[in-house]
Ligand binder design. Structure first.
Ligand code: SF4
Length: 696
């Protein structure tokens, strides 16, 4: 007899429901959950291969101190002692947590509570900073809150779906499957892909706009100006529910059509066709992902897109709205509990005195962080400069994934005290740890995650804890207790979820968008059976699918903000670094491959790291097909296989982000990425990097 457990895929932000089956022999198999509203039974290649990635090879199974096996008590006492001493001697901002969108919401909640409410610093940031923080900043600027206005169904109901900076087919495959099925059922639906590369997503596109890297701001400014000129605005919506339109449209109109052509790299006919399509098709959704977010102008890109939807009143109605697609399985859950350095908890603002006061009273905490902490890039800079002297890294591998990755490795190495909680013994980051703490992995841990459409789902345990591995929330709660703090006596994830829910409703009176207070008193059984739901949830238990069609926004005056934007310079090439690097995901690998790299089936898709190069660029540099090529920036270099293809635009090279030193020598692409960030969100610009390439 086999036992079935409903859980959620741990990879991308689609958040698919999975049924995990364990048979009499302990063998695990997985299938899509037909009842889960994100995927209705579908899975992609990564989700289908989950059972191939859960062996214990390479697992970290016991705590270690300085490379030697240790007891939990010994390790936790030491973490508490060193963090406590560092705070006493150098102040709360001398310590930091760097966490992850792989954490469950309950883990994130405890980490945030410990750092912001008890240690008293804002220095907790997450690898979600690398993923979608520009969307958070754009939402907050436009709506007054970090709220995704729509739902996945909108992609199926729309007559026009614009995908900008999103290779949906490979990065959010099940959503792509849903979109492809909708287009097949309604062939008149139009799909536009805006991407410098002709990706697999273009296979279902009616129009591919091979935009110049970072040309999106100019493109959407041009669109706003066109909508104004062609009288395609929803004047009543603009007048009643928004402010700032005149300034925004004046700025957009100051960019001539020729400027838009130049900055976007698109031809006049392409621009006119795209503008006309958006002008005439009311039911339109604009989805955006890392091609928008991972940019020095990422927040402006988000707001340029939102401006066009506000101007036409196409927001929060079925089949209409801007739509941020998050990369990670729980980037959204982290946002909900304040897992970013510039957020508090339950979507409250760290800069707001009343919010700080409310959270502190709810926690009964001795202190509360009074200002935002250091965002990821600044955090590792502070580590390098010796300002951060104790660092706890959890469920992430920054030596591979952070920009200027070699400098990050050196920073971690120089830090006086580094704790790493991970499932794996050997990663590029664990080798620099003073203390290693073994964490539970997918299938072993219990909690909740939130996907890109605000849907909270349970990740359930169906495997025993291996070795002495423990949940991340437990590790932090234990350290909190050992530092002498009250409020960390959680016995289970249900306890934490209930407290998180209660905080969302504390003195809230329904005035905020994020509210799951209906679950404040959740018991273990109800938590175990919790079905997927979208936030917010009313006291009566009804959920909300869409926001803002009614024009009720979260700024104090209740109105949305048009943002006045200037188009940035797009070219970053210079001198011998005359090519542009674009980094991204491939279909069958996830992050730094620590899990997907275990599956031979997944590794068979793309067996080694590669650089996609346009044939003319390859010819001019003497680069031959399938030969090794060295790609170099002023920060570092990689050696990868040349993949010569016309899918790649001239002048730019694509290299996947996944490979690390465990899987291929000299293939950490983030070693080439400079630590340049968006000035509003702090998100690193992981695309549009000046490089050179030559035969190796
Ligand atoms: Fe998992 Fe994303 Fe694939 Fe769904 S689409 S199965 S969440 S990787």
């Amino acid at each position: 007899m086999s036992i079935e457990t409903k859980t959620t895929c741990p990879y991308c932000g689609v958040g698919c429901g999975v049924i995990a089956k364990v048979d009499d022999t302990g063998k695990v198999s997985v299938a899509g959950d037909p009842d889960h509203p994100a995927n209705f039974g579908r899975l992609c290649s990564k989700g289908s291969a989950l059972a191939e990635t859960i062996d214990l090879d390479g697992r970290l199974l016991f705590p270690e101190i300085a490379g030697e096996r240790a007891e939990w008590d010994e390790a936790l006492d030491l973490v508490a002692k060193r963090f406590g001493e560092t705070v006493t001697e150098h102040g709360p901002d001398s310590v930091a947590f760097y966490v992850s969108g792989q954490l469950l919401t309950e883990d994130y909640y405890v980490a945030n509570k410990l750092m912001k409410g008890f240690i008293g610093s804002g220095n907790i940031d997450t690898n979600s900073r690398l993923c979608m923080s520009s969307s958070v900043a754009g939402h907050r600027r436009a709506f007054g809150s970090d709220t995704v206005p729509g739902t996945y169904e909108d992609l199926e109901l729309a007559d026009l779906v614009i995908l900008t900076g999103s290779n949906l087919a490979w990065c959010h495959p099940v959503l792509y499957q849903r979109l492809a099925a909708a287009k097949s059922a309604r062939p008149f639906m139009k799909i536009v892909v805006i991407d410098p590369r002709r990706t697999m997503t273009c296979d279902i596109a009616d129009m591919h706009l091979a935009i110049r890297p970072d040309g999106d701001v100019a493109l959407f400014m041009g669109l706003l100006a066109h909508l104004a000129e062609s009288n395609a605005l929803d004047r009543a919506y603009i007048a009643t529910h928004t402010t700032g339109f005149e300034n925004a449209v004046t700025a957009a109109a100051s960019l001539s059509f020729d400027d838009v052509m130049e900055r976007s790299g698109l031809a006049a006919e392409q621009l006119r066709a795209f503008f006309r399509l958006f002008e005439t098709v009311e039911k339109s959704v604009t989805c955006y992902s890392q091609g928008v977010n991972q940019s020095a102008s990422g927040t402006d890109k988000v707001n340029a897109i939102i401006n066009c939807h506000l101007a036409t009143g196409r927001i929060g109605r079925p089949g209409m709205g801007p739509f941020s697609l998050t990369g990670q399985p729980n980037a959204m859950g982290g946002r909900e509990v304040g897992g970013l350095a510039n957020m508090l908890a339950a979507h409250m603002a760290i800069e707001d005195r009343q919010d700080r006061d409310r959270v502190q009273r709810f926690w009964g905490s001795p202190v509360i962080a009074e200002r935002p902490g250091l965002k990821a890039v600044d955090m590792f800079r502070a580590v390098a400069e010796g300002r951060i002297k104790a660092l706890w890294i959890m469920a992430t591998n920054p030596v591979v994934s952070m920009p200027d990755a070699d400098a990050v490795a050196a920073a971690i190495k120089s830090c006086p005290f580094v704790v790493v909680s991970d499932v794996l013994r050997e990663t590029d980051t664990t080798r620099h740890a003073d203390i290693l703490l073994p964490s539970l992995g997918w299938g072993e841990k219990d909690g909740t995650v939130t996907n890109s459409e605000r849907r909270i789902s349970r990740q359930r345990r169906f495997l025993p804890a291996p070795g002495e591995a423990k949940a991340d929330w437990w590790q932090m709660a234990e350290v909190g207790r050992r530092m002498g703090f009250q409020g960390f006596d959680f016995r289970s994830p249900a306890d934490i979820f209930g407290e998180h829910a209660a905080l969302s409703a504390f003195e809230n009176e329904g005035s905020r968008d994020f509210d799951i207070g209906a679950f404040s008193r959740i018991d273990g059984d109800t938590y175990q059976d919790l079905a997927p739901f979208q936030w917010p949830v009313s006291r009566e238990g009804t959920t909300r699918t869409r926001f803002f069609a009614d024009g009720d926004f979260y700024h104090p005056d209740g109105k949305a903000r048009f943002m006045t934007i200037q188009a940035p310079e797009t070219s970053r090439t210079n001198g011998r670094f005359g090519l542009t690097l674009n980094t991204g995901r491939i279909r069958d690998q996830w992050h730094t491959m620590t899990r997907t790299g275990k599956s031979a089936r997944l590794s068979g898709h793309m067996a080694e790291p590669f650089a996609e190069i346009h044939p003319r660029d390859a010819m001019e540099r003497g680069i031959r097909s399938a030969a090794l090529v060295e790609v170099e920036s002023p920060h570092g270099s990689v050696v990868v296989r040349a993949l010569i293809t016309e899918r790649q635009a001239r002048g730019s090279i694509f290299v996947p982000m996944h490979w690390n030193d465990q899987f291929a020598a000299k293939a950490r692409i983030d070693a080439l990425v400079p630590a340049v960030t968006d000035p509003v969100s702090g998100q690193p610009a992981s695309k549009n990097i000046a490089i050179t390439a030559r035969p190796f």
